[in-house]
Design a protein around this ligand. Sequence first.
Ligand code: PGA
Length: 242
Amino acid sequence: MAMVSVFKNYEELSVFAAEQIISVVQQKPAAVLCLAAGNTPKLTYQKVVALAKERKVDFSAAIFIGLDEWIGIGPTIEGSCYNFLNELLFAPLSIQLNHIHFFDAIENDPETECLRIDNIINVLGGIDLTLVGIGMNGHVGFNEPGFDPNLNAHVVVLDAVTSKVGQKYFKENRELTKGITLGIAQIMASGKVLLLANGKNKAGIIHKTLQENIAVSVPASFIREHPNGLILLDEEAASELP
Ligand code: PGA
């Protein structure tokens, strides 16, 4: 069962999450990491970069797998998942391109991309650490409410909530109708999973995730069953828990 921890604030939550990532890479320099884009882990990644520099942690052998991507949004567009991680993590840590495996649904057929990424994960022997946020509708990656828990990487028609909320990452209005994502099965097969949530606007969905039955209507609830899962909340996100 995953452990739930509540931190005083976003800063403390982010430092803790960053230490988890640093420690996995210190123990296994060639660790396979799957790190979500999104506002929630922003500070975590800034802390990772700062700690890596301060402690001279070597990320040069680490491998990065994309969790998800908007279909139709290229890697150079600000707001794409790749662009987000590149700015915050890959560029500051000077990660080599051949250590980064993201879905490229612009250059390639999305279904073929799913198989390509599934294959890379298999060849690498699985993911060591996955970090996910939680959507306002309880999604993880783009595993939306009603998802099929048996799928590996797959193409998704995005939930209306995701299409609407997702606009916050883009400067201009974008058509966000489809996405591509790792499946929950791949997330659950990771050695360690961190689920992060901060802020009052996540309190309602965190309550559902942790207090109601584990169900496909709240994808994040599946993380509760991860044997090495850490659900990390700030006090605001935890404010509707008993
Ligand atoms: P956020 O997104 O971190 O920007 O809130 C979370 C998600 O949709 O998974």
